[in-house]
Design a protein around this ligand. Structure first.
Ligand SMILES: [Zn+2]
Length: 277
């Protein structure tokens, strides 16, 4: 499939894949307007996105949803609120995601993602567990299924189209990204919650890559469960985090798992993997 055009992956649900990072932007068309999911890396890229949205539909952008805090998903938020857009779109995100993005804005030299532009806008419409957006003739559910890629990931479920936008909880064009804000021990359970919400024919749109189905998500869940089990076993055996990466049998290249092991060990050291559930 071409990566440079809108693809209608389900009824009035459109995906477009953008470089850099092969990041997904989605648009959901309802009778009252467009809901846009994720905004690319920065304002310049969001300006191009705006033009592509105009060519897709004359409907106004009334809702913007961020799947999670990473810069390639939130950097263009300012394009959709005043003064660049009047009336502004409602800007939605998970409560933890908004807190993390606020902290980065307040301390751009701090530990957060250095690539998030300071000019981006933090969502002020916040989701804890779930919220329903009414697009006029259809409903869109925003659901937080638990911790995984971050502590503030949102799924966007469009039941009438049997489609689910998964953000980076599911990745198709590369292995799932386990960074310094990930929860490797929780992620498999979170994908179980995702799988419980979809059917055999549901179209699942990843944050990076082509649409997949339940079987692909189940495979990714199993690989992440194997990863979590391995981190837990090595920790229990007293193997240091440094030595753990030298062992064989990881489900993903060990070169990409340093943060996963660090984060998993830290959770096991504090017991937070259990306590925070
Ligand atoms: Zn991400």
């Amino acid at each position: 499939m071409s990566t440079s055009l809108w693809h209608e992956v389900a009824d009035r649900v459109f995906q477009r894949r953008y470089q850099p990072w092969d990041v997904t932007v989605s648009a959901i068309l309802g009778s009252d307007g467009l809901a846009v999911v994720d905004t690319r890396c920065n304002l310049a890229e969001a300006g191009e996105l705006r033009e592509h949205l105009r060519r897709l539909s004359p409907a106004p952008v009334r809702w913007v949803v961020n799947t999670h805090v990473h810069f390639d998903h939130v950097g263009g938020n300012a394009e959709f609120v005043a003064p660049r857009q009047i009336p502004p779109a409602e800007l939605w995100g998970h409560r933890a995601m908004a807190a993390a993005l606020s902290a980065e804005q307040d301390d751009p030299e701090g530990e957060g993602d250095p690539a998030v532009p300071v000019s981006t806008v933090v969502p002020d419409r916040l989701v804890d567990r779930a919220h329903v957006l009414d697009l006029g003739d259809r409903l869109v559910r925003l659901v937080h299924p638990g911790r995984g890629h971050t502590d503030g990931d949102l799924l966007i479920h469009i039941p009438d189209a049997d489609a689910l936008l998964a953000g980076d909880l599911v990745e198709e064009s590369g292995p799932p990204a386990l960074g310094s804000d990930s929860f490797p021990l929780d992620w498999p359970d979170t994908l179980d919650a995702l799988l419980a919400a979809i059917g055999p024919a549901t179209v699942v749109v990843p944050g990076h890559g082509a649409p997949v189905g339940a079987a692909f998500v189940r495979e990714q869940r199993d690989a992440l469960a194997a990863l979590a089990a391995r981190i837990t076993a090595l920790h229990a055996a007293g193997v240091s985090a440094e030595d753990a990466l030298d062992t064989s049998g990881w489900p993903y290249p060990a070169s990409k798992l340093a943060q996963a092991v660090t984060r998993g060990y830290a959770a096991l050291d504090t017991g937070s993997a259990q306590l925070d559930r």
